[in-house]
Design a protein around this ligand. Structure first.
Ligand code: PLP
Length: 387
């Protein structure tokens, strides 16, 4: 049996995969089992921040592998401590909990919020307001936090304690805060899976103010928007707010699984020994790789992200077949006249990998994609959209 047949027989049917097996590559070029090469504008859904087999990231990972691959959280470990220090110094957050995925990072944030509510307003204060059309993960609790009914089907009863407000409607948040005993508001600043929709800056500023006056935590889910993706280290930095909790994963690891929950001043002391934990969380190899990624997200790199973003927006805005373009930095959604799946398949035929978000074509290229490759890929995409 070939790999596709093996997969179909033995892997749980949770993924609708493209009929392609990716076997290798370098940077933003990836190749399949036949040797066909593609320009990768998907990066494993915003994970391979510096593309495939990046030399600096690989060196950091291999150097750590030569020392020790895992310690458990019963012992101290340098890569984990250094990564936490770097994240805190670069964000102003105070403490970090490491896990292995975005969903787990969000689970930790929700635990922090419930503990905060209990401390401040008693045991009944556990409701978290999230936004309609959001996506926060696949565990039962993070699915419950996800404001899209379609994700709740088949899995009821969901974890209780989540209510949903329409994005950019502060009055709705205020009403929910009045009618429920709320400990936190949790938002994505650019709703990724929901169709790459950036929140309105005035709404975000007012929301941050509201959570402060109401003594609720503001949790920003930067699983997809974080780590340079939107043109700043974290997207909240462009909104001029200071969240109480920031969650991240995906691009932080550069290709290895890691989740991080960054706790700000109001949240830093909520956890005591035993209140959360993870066997693999803070794994030294994942942390060593992540540290090399974070250290490279300097102003020069971020400026490059913003410039490439501008190039894509300029090329595609008003182009034939394009209805609208949304997003921030190198997290872009393109609404097209034609069906997105058809465009994705045609791009693949022509050697460009793009993905989908709702009915849009989504682009999440490597932060350091060479301009030459980006230009070539965007021209192909433009032609396919216009056909
Ligand atoms: C905003 C956001 N939060 C959480 C998640 C879940 O992350 P993971 O798949 O690593 O659990 C995702 C994944 O797409 C995401 O985009």
């Amino acid at each position: 049996m070939n790999v596709i047949e093996l997969d179909k027989q033995y892997i749980a049917n949770t993924y609708a995969r493209f009929p392609v097996q990716l076997v290798g590559g370098k940077g933003s070029l990836v190749c399949d089992e036949t040797g066909k090469e593609y320009i990768d504008l998907g990066t494993g859904i915003a994970v391979n921040s510096f593309g495939i087999a990046d030399d600096e990231w690989k060196a950091a990972v291999v150097a750590q592998l030569d020392k020790i691959q895992h310690t458990s959280n019963l012992y101290y470990s340098e890569p984990c401590a250094l990564l936490a220090q770097t994240l805190c110094e670069k964000t102003g957050m105070k403490k970090v909990f490491f896990s292995n995925s975005g969903a787990e990072a969000n689970e930790c944030a929700i635990k922090a919020a419930r503990k905060y509510g209990e401390l401040k307003k008693g045991k009944d204060c556990y409701t978290v307001i999230t936004l309609k059309n959001s996506f926060h993960g696949r565990t039962i609790t993070t699915l419950s936090a996800t404001g899209q009914d379609v994700f709740h089907e088949h899995f009821t009863p969901m974890t209780e304690g989540f209510v949903y407000a329409t994005a950019n409607d502060l009055d709705e948040v205020k009403t929910l805060a009045k009618t429920h005993n709320c400990c936190a508001v949790m938002i994505e600043l650019v709703q990724g899976e929901g169709g790459v929709m950036a929140l309105d800056p005035d709404y975000v500023t007012a929301l941050a103010e509201f959570t402060k006056t109401e003594d609720m935590l503001l949790i920003v889910d930067e699983v997809q928007t974080g780590n340079g993706r939107t043109g700043s280290l974290y997207a909240y930095m462009q909104y001029g707010i200071v969240p109480d909790v920031v969650t991240t994963a995906k691009g932080l690891g550069g290709g290895l699984p890691i989740g991080a929950t960054l706790l700000g001043a109001r949240a830093q002391d909520l956890f005591t020994a035993g209140l959360n934990g993870s066997t693999f969380g803070g794994n030294p190899v994942a942390c060593a790789g992540a540290l090399s990624i974070i250290n490279r997200l300097d102003e020069t790199l971020l400026k490059g992200v913003r410039e490439k973003s501008e190039y894509i927006f300029n090329e595609l805005s008003g182009a034939k077949g394009v209805v609208s373009i949304s997003g921030k930095g190198l997290m872009i959604g393109i609404e097209c006249e034609k069906d997105a799946s058809e465009i994705i398949a045609k791009c693949m035929e022509r050697g460009v990998l793009v993905i989908k978000a709702k009915n849009k074509v989504r682009l999440l290229p490597a932060l350091n994609i060479p301009l030459r490759q980006l230009k070539k890929a965007i021209q192909i995409l433009k032609e396919v959209i216009a056909e």
